[in-house]
Design a binder for this molecule. Sequence first.
Ligand SMILES: *[C@@H]1O[C@H](CO)[C@@H](O)[C@H](O)[C@H]1NC(C)=O
Ligand SMILES: *[C@@H]1O[C@H](CO)[C@@H](O)[C@H](O)[C@H]1NC(C)=O
Ligand SMILES: *[C@@H]1O[C@H](CO)[C@@H](O)[C@H](O)[C@H]1NC(C)=O
Ligand SMILES: *[C@@H]1O[C@H](CO)[C@@H](O)[C@H](O)[C@H]1NC(C)=O
Ligand SMILES: *[C@@H]1O[C@H](CO)[C@@H](O)[C@H](O)[C@H]1NC(C)=O
Ligand SMILES: *[C@@H]1O[C@H](CO)[C@@H](O)[C@H](O)[C@H]1NC(C)=O
Ligand SMILES: *[C@@H]1O[C@H](CO)[C@@H](O)[C@H](O)[C@H]1NC(C)=O
Ligand SMILES: *[C@@H]1O[C@H](CO)[C@@H](O)[C@H](O)[C@H]1NC(C)=O
Ligand SMILES: *[C@@H]1O[C@H](CO)[C@@H](O)[C@H](O)[C@H]1NC(C)=O
Ligand SMILES: *[C@@H]1O[C@H](CO)[C@@H](O)[C@H](O)[C@H]1NC(C)=O
Ligand SMILES: *[C@@H]1O[C@H](CO)[C@@H](O)[C@H](O)[C@H]1NC(C)=O
Ligand SMILES: [Cu+2]
Length: 570
Amino acid sequence: MLLIFLQVSMLLSTCINAGSHCHDSSFKPNHILRVTMGNLSIGCGTTRQSHLINGTSPGPEIRLTPGKISWIRVYNDMPSDNLTMHWHGLSQRMAPFSDGTPHTLQWPIPPMHFFDYEVFPGGDDAGTYFYHSHVGFQAVTVSGPLIVEDEGKPPYQYHDERVIELTDFFYKTDKNIAAGLLANPFVWSGETHGVLLNGQGVTDVVQASGNYCALPTFDLLPGKTYRFRFIGSTALSLVSLQIEGHNLTVIAADARYTQAHVTDYLQIGTGQRFDLKDLKRTTFFMKYQTKDRPPVYTGYAVFRYNSCQMFSASPAPGISIILPNNLSSGNFPSANKVTRRLTMTFRPEGSPTGHIRWYENNLGYTEYSSPRPLLPDVYLYGESAVPNYTLALENEGCDPEFKAWPAMIGEVLEIVIENTGSEVAGNGGLDIHPFHAHAGHYYDIGSGNGTYNATENEVRLAGYSPVLRDTTYLYKYEAATGNGTDASWRAWRIRVTDAGAYLIHCHILQHMIMGMQTAWVFGNATEIQKIPLAEASGYLTYGGSAYGNQSYDPIVYHYYEDTPDEPWLR
Ligand SMILES: *[C@@H]1O[C@H](CO)[C@@H](O)[C@H](O)[C@H]1NC(C)=O
Ligand SMILES: *[C@@H]1O[C@H](CO)[C@@H](O)[C@H](O)[C@H]1NC(C)=O
Ligand SMILES: *[C@@H]1O[C@H](CO)[C@@H](O)[C@H](O)[C@H]1NC(C)=O
Ligand SMILES: *[C@@H]1O[C@H](CO)[C@@H](O)[C@H](O)[C@H]1NC(C)=O
Ligand SMILES: *[C@@H]1O[C@H](CO)[C@@H](O)[C@H](O)[C@H]1NC(C)=O
Ligand SMILES: *[C@@H]1O[C@H](CO)[C@@H](O)[C@H](O)[C@H]1NC(C)=O
Ligand SMILES: *[C@@H]1O[C@H](CO)[C@@H](O)[C@H](O)[C@H]1NC(C)=O
Ligand SMILES: *[C@@H]1O[C@H](CO)[C@@H](O)[C@H](O)[C@H]1NC(C)=O
Ligand SMILES: *[C@@H]1O[C@H](CO)[C@@H](O)[C@H](O)[C@H]1NC(C)=O
Ligand SMILES: *[C@@H]1O[C@H](CO)[C@@H](O)[C@H](O)[C@H]1NC(C)=O
Ligand SMILES: *[C@@H]1O[C@H](CO)[C@@H](O)[C@H](O)[C@H]1NC(C)=O
Ligand SMILES: [Cu+2]
């Protein structure tokens, strides 16, 4: 009798622990991704040691059904590197520990371990996303398309679709690049050696040698309308593209449908997605080109109908205007609903010969500077692990000890990001920065030259309904400015609704490593601790019991199944 009792209690403690589930061999994830170290044949005739997903880069496409919980098992099959996977653009409203930020939301997946991510898109989430690692420079190759299907009929009609993911190609390995960026003296990664479309493309070196090399090619059927899902998964490049003899209709940006907008060219940067439709002709070329970088890379792709012809030639259609932002969405908070305006001032810091960092007012934030993730510590240490709101208000919104920005649930934040000159990086040198928010989509209220002026911007916003985005550019309007002078701004409005820990950061991988990230804590400890401490315990240490390996089945909390009172499920 006693023996039986003991066995039952052991079972209880490992597998049937209230909301926790033992993911043993009977558990079948909906999707599996395996990340390895390998040699990637890339950029037409080059081999590079790279992190790969299921042996390739980009990784396999994943399609999710809205309203359905998807478990995505991510194996770190690398012998000595950490890993996380981020579901870029999906706020998930919010399964704790599933956002894939190593220094914010979860401990990274240790080498030779795996982690089960619980991803739950809603009906409004239909659209084009991507997944990528959030560790080091890994995302240069560890990324892949993530599509949330439409619930019912999409608002725009099309016959078929093609996914086109853009990635940058660097010869240097991830480790060399990261080490150089952190070194004293600073060593730049170098510029991109080629922008690849679905892993295919021609490097600048091959181009210069005049060698024959097949262009990326997309096969189409005549008389059909296609939806092109463009994914900006470049590490660095902002890409301009134009399709010979065609206008394009933009129908979505960052996985939110927009008003149809006809344009003859598109700019897509790191972290952004645009969905286009229309293309009605025979074989034609697409030209694409990097913008705002010292050497410009130009590539071509072919769209061909019913043809086996290969193309290596390069016609050169002209690239001209800037994509106007005439897209819309509802529920936009007006200025009188804003509870707090915050300005984040970014400038390169350091010394001209030594370190260079892209910091917000001396406060850089990276996985290197903040080795303990914020969210697990709120479970372990409660309110004392939440940044001090009062102290933050005295310091322009950021608690300087935590290097984190607290906000209360119910606040409506107007966040202004300033591009500011400094004495390093070539005397006030400026750059462009695609800013991405993890907390969910935000209302983009524009960008401009100089210092943000709320009064003037409000005039500009009259009658305008901004689009919901997750990644928009802080541009530069000149090459350099004076030390401490604001050169340009980008501004957003965000409703603080979901308690948790999130990043807002520049999506250029180099700049992330150089500190261009901010960590945000929404809500207080009680609001953040959405699952009982006992159930969370496997997530609170590096390699804890929520992380499986070949000989160990992880104990996983099923947040959406087991928390039916989560407001957004009602
Ligand atoms: C990745 O590879 C694993 C086997 O290694 C396979 O089970 C899985 O289906 C693949 N994932 C995708 C999304 O194709
Ligand atoms: C990649 O290539 C290098 C050099 O040829 C070789 O030493 C290494 O073992 C290869 N790595 C893998 C994972 O195949
Ligand atoms: C992996 O992450 C752990 C926990 O943050 C850290 O201690 C370790 O140094 C990391 N390993 C590598 C290779 O970065
Ligand atoms: C694209 O649109 C512009 C402006 O509406 C128009 O002038 C031009 O002829 C169109 N080009 C093509 C190829 O349809
Ligand atoms: C946006 O475009 C639509 C038609 O495509 C037009 O009716 C509307 O006036 C435009 N809005 C703005 C703010 O330019
Ligand atoms: C938070 O900061 C304020 C202002 O500096 C300080 O008075 C207060 O003691 C701090 N609270 C805690 C819990 O540290
Ligand atoms: C903002 O713009 C308004 C209207 O142009 C102007 O009156 C005001 O002085 C400006 N504010 C600042 C701080 O420049
Ligand atoms: C931006 O502002 C600066 C300083 O006032 C001015 O010199 C520059 O011409 C402006 N650039 C643009 C593109 O408006
Ligand atoms: C540049 O500005 C920073 C911050 O305002 C200041 O600390 C520094 O002394 C300035 N450097 C020069 C060379 O003026
Ligand atoms: C945390 O938030 C909850 C819910 O809004 C509130 O009831 C509680 O008083 C707050 N706790 C603290 C310590 O502020
Ligand atoms: C697998 O995980 C278990 C439980 O965390 C741990 O005790 C064991 O050492 C791990 N095995 C390997 C090979 O890492
Ligand atoms: Cu940047």
